[in-house]
Ligand binder design. Structure first.
Ligand code: ADE
Length: 256
């Protein structure tokens, strides 16, 4: 018997936001294959007044509105029977911990996720305190709400689930998998508008290809993401000094 699908529940004021996303190639295929099941729930279904009010003014004053706690707690109790029975619950918020590939891998091991999308000035703190296992930000910028961030989590997690990526190797070779950015890729034609594919990639020499790719990954990471490069060095990655002899030595020009 096949495994039950990885489940993702989303609580949002804008369920329509996710409509197209869930039918797109990677997610649509994963869903059709029974690997993932995504259920998007309208938070307003758990409001109790005639106007279906989900937000209110902040205590202490200040601009904007805050999402009320009651609909979140009511939704969780309704969906799972009890707050303690809720799945791994993630609040998408600019104040959360930065999402990186390690966190994505961790979330992909959960089996069942509940993603809570904020809007306006945020969500009542009691939702964070009681319901959230994780608070996640997708970057140091502020979106209009958590929906786009939830979409990022859904896609990043889904592509790691077994059977989703046709080629399992691509999930281990890619950017961030080993703490380095990915090396450059080329396909045919070998010569295009005067730009040549590097000779080494056409050499058929697997060892040289590997060394070249590793060097380019190191070089790019050091140039574009010095923060990642420093971390990679700290966990034992080789440095610019260790670039393949005879390879592209540009790296050493800046000193190390
Ligand atoms: N909501 C608003 N901005 C966000 C961000 N950067 N990450 C996650 N959720 C958000």
């Amino acid at each position: 018997m096949s495994d039950p699908p990885f489940r993702i529940d989303v609580l949002t004021l804008f369920p329509d936001w996710f409509a197209g996303l869930l039918d797109t190639s990677l997610l649509g295929r994963a869903r059709d294959a029974g690997v993932v099941r995504v259920d998007v729930h309208d938070l307003r279904a758990w409001t109790s007044d005639r106007h279906r009010t989900a937000d209110d003014e902040p205590y202490g004053g200040g601009a904007g509105m805050v999402l009320k706690p009651e609909p979140f707690f009511a939704a969780v109790e309704d969906l799972y029977g009890d707050v303690d029975a809720r799945p791994r619950t993630v609040v998408l918020t600019p104040r959360g911990a930065l999402l990186d590939q390690e966190r994505v891998r961790d979330l992909a091991g959960a089996g069942h996720l509940l993603l809570l999308c904020g809007r306006y000035e945020g969500i009542d703190e009691r939702v964070h305190e009681v319901l959230a296992h994780d608070e996640v930000s997708i970057g140091d910028y502020v979106l209009a709400g958590g929906e786009a961030a939830a979409a990022v989590v859904i896609e990043a997690v889904t592509r790691l689930l077994p059977g989703v990526m046709g080629n399992e190797q691509s999930a281990t070779d890619e950017s961030h998998a080993h703490g380095l950015l990915e090396y450059p890729q080329y396909t045919r034609p070998a010569s295009f508008r005067g730009m040549e594919v590097p000779e080494v990639l056409r050499s058929g020499d697997h060892g040289r290809v590997e060394a070249w790719r590793r060097d380019r990954a190191i070089e790019r990471t050091r140039r574009v993401r010095p923060d990642l490069y420093a971390r990679w060095r700290a966990i034992g990655g080789a440095g610019a000094d260790d670039l393949t002899p005879g390879g592209d030595r540009r790296l050493n020009q800046g000193g190390d």
